[in-house]
Design a protein around this ligand. Structure first.
Ligand code: SF4
Length: 209
């Protein structure tokens, strides 16, 4: 499926109708959200939902959440962007990751991690009466958009809120996120988020020395 073409078609339809739906956008971090916000805030009234109980250590979590709020405050957008913080429920993440700690990034643990965050997003979208929900995660070249979209559609079926399918790395989305990160002087971490991905990054750093 060409997610970008489908999204373009939807955006053209919205523009024509003058409708501005409410979108709950799960965000993993400010840099990844930068392009998505620039792109989608012309069409949706967005609430950024920061729900990332995977992030380790807590100081990193604090850094990323503050950076996210700063970015929202500084971006010039057509429709206003709101912010909502989820619970920093680390126990939930570790329970989910049990037995999968040794796996490399991109494996089974990550699929479950996506589902954990998308499930919470779908529940919040349902409670808040949002028209759509989605995630910034497909912007990463390290994340599989097919699997993310499959999980999103499964959550759509379970909770009855439309999941906006995406592949935000298309149309040079990833490249644009790097440009915007420079423009807004954003902190860009070099690991995905959990302590297992931090250990992988540390090995990488040692190897590169
Ligand atoms: S590597 Fe990233 S996606 Fe995978 S479990 Fe860790 S934080 Fe989640």
């Amino acid at each position: 499926m060409n997610y970008q073409r489908e999204l373009d078609m939807l955006l053209a339809k919205l523009e024509k109708s003058g409708e501005v739906p409410r979108l709950l956008l799960h965000s993993c971090c400010a840099p990844c959200s930068s392009y998505v916000l620039e792109y989608l805030s012309d069409y949706f009234e967005i609430t950024v939902f920061y729900y990332n109980p995977n992030i380790f250590p807590e100081s990193e979590y604090t850094k990323r959440i503050l950076e996210q709020q700063t970015l929202i405050g500084e971006m010039q957008v057509k429709y206003p962007i709101s912010f909502l913080a989820g619970h920093y429920d680390r126990e939930k993440f570790y329970k989910m990751a049990e037995g999968l700690e040794h796996l490399k990034e991109g494996g089974e643990r990550c699929l479950k991690c996506y589902e954990l965050r998308l499930r919470e997003s779908a529940q919040i979208a349902k409670k808040g009466g949002f028209d759509y929900f989605t995630t910034t995660l497909t912007i990463s070249p390290l994340k599989n958009a097919d699997r993310l979209n499959e999980i999103g559609k499964k959550m759509e079926e379970e909770y009855g809120v439309t999941y906006l399918q995406s592949d935000f790395k298309k149309k040079n989305g990833y490249k644009r996120s790097i440009e915007l990160s420079k423009e807004f002087n954003l902190y860009r971490q070099d690991y995905c988020g959990c302590e297992f991905s931090l250990a992988e990054a540390q090995k990488r750093r040692n190897y590169e020395k």
